[in-house]
Ligand binder design. Sequence first.
Ligand SMILES: *[C@@H]1O[C@H](CO)[C@@H](O)[C@H](O)[C@H]1NC(C)=O
Ligand SMILES: *[C@@H]1O[C@H](CO)[C@@H](O)[C@H](O)[C@H]1NC(C)=O
Ligand SMILES: *[C@@H]1O[C@H](CO)[C@@H](O)[C@H](O)[C@H]1NC(C)=O
Ligand SMILES: *[C@@H]1O[C@H](CO)[C@@H](O)[C@H](O)[C@H]1NC(C)=O
Ligand SMILES: *[C@@H]1O[C@H](CO)[C@@H](O)[C@H](O)[C@H]1NC(C)=O
Length: 290
Amino acid sequence: MAKDKDRKTCGELFGECKEFLWNPRTHEFLGRTASSWGLILLFYLAFYIFLAGLFILTMYIMLQTLDDYKPTYQDRLATPGMMIRPHSDSLEIVYSVEKTESWDLYVQALNKFLAPYNDSHQAETNDNCVSNRYFIQEDSGEVRNNPKRSCQFNRTMLDECSGITDRYYGYRDRQPCILIKFNRVIGLLPGINGQSPYVSCAAKKEDSDKIGELVYFPPNGTFNLMYYPYYGKKAQVNYSQPLVAVKFMNITSNADINIECKINANNIGPGSERDKFAGRVSFKLRINTN
Ligand SMILES: *[C@@H]1O[C@H](CO)[C@@H](O)[C@H](O)[C@H]1NC(C)=O
Ligand SMILES: *[C@@H]1O[C@H](CO)[C@@H](O)[C@H](O)[C@H]1NC(C)=O
Ligand SMILES: *[C@@H]1O[C@H](CO)[C@@H](O)[C@H](O)[C@H]1NC(C)=O
Ligand SMILES: *[C@@H]1O[C@H](CO)[C@@H](O)[C@H](O)[C@H]1NC(C)=O
Ligand SMILES: *[C@@H]1O[C@H](CO)[C@@H](O)[C@H](O)[C@H]1NC(C)=O
């Protein structure tokens, strides 16, 4: 008998469930009264508003510590890289003098790259600075000295490699020009014994008898001190990266010549083995002739 008492009928069970869902006697919904539910909802509402507020506050405080004009972290760029123009993915410049279409792409790439360096454009946007000294434009305390001016790098300073005196940059005459740029690093003051850092290029050992004479533009392959320091894209809106052009005067034809160019500056750490672009760039040059 006792056993039978414990066992509830299907109907009784359903009734209990229904009563749990909505109990008309106590006016409870899912076992709680309306005011109990209200309090719970109110609590969670307040709790989430508090969390959102905390998030916004933290975000706000963090953003206050960031500087629009300077990256907070730029550790990976301690030794900046160098790059050549024209360039392809493989850092190879290969062409045949006789096949115009094989070097025309390089000429076009250089034309495009150098367009913003046109003297007229530089005169419009940048200053004619004093050479051989850093162009320092510090902020005075909290007062921003922005926007900052930048120095002119005139296309004509590349002389025979400017594409103006020789619109084929020497490619047609088996004396190609290659431009070298040194990647921007905010605040860097490169130099060598107080003088401007300069670029020098040499062939890898086995090719050293094939590279021939090199001529640099501007003279001595310098990146003038006046282009440093760089203050960042936002502070120095019209900044023009200085360039060095190297012209190969008598390079051996029909041979792969492996060349390495590096920046000579005694206050830039030597590039680590891991980063092959640090302070240097290597490329292959091959000119085919019949
Ligand atoms: C820059 O100068 C070159 C040669 O003088 C000219 O062909 C080219 O159109 C100029 N480009 C711009 C953007 O002014
Ligand atoms: C650049 O060219 C402009 C226009 O010809 C000239 O006024 C200016 O002095 C040149 N600047 C430099 C640094 O050579
Ligand atoms: C940047 O160049 C523009 C002309 O294109 C000039 O009006 C402006 O003053 C220059 N800004 C700075 C900071 O040199
Ligand atoms: C190039 O370097 C040589 C030797 O270091 C120096 O005498 C000459 O003045 C330099 N030329 C320029 C234009 O800086
Ligand atoms: C060019 O280089 C070749 C050897 O590769 C040499 O025999 C020749 O004298 C050089 N010409 C000039 C003008 O330096």
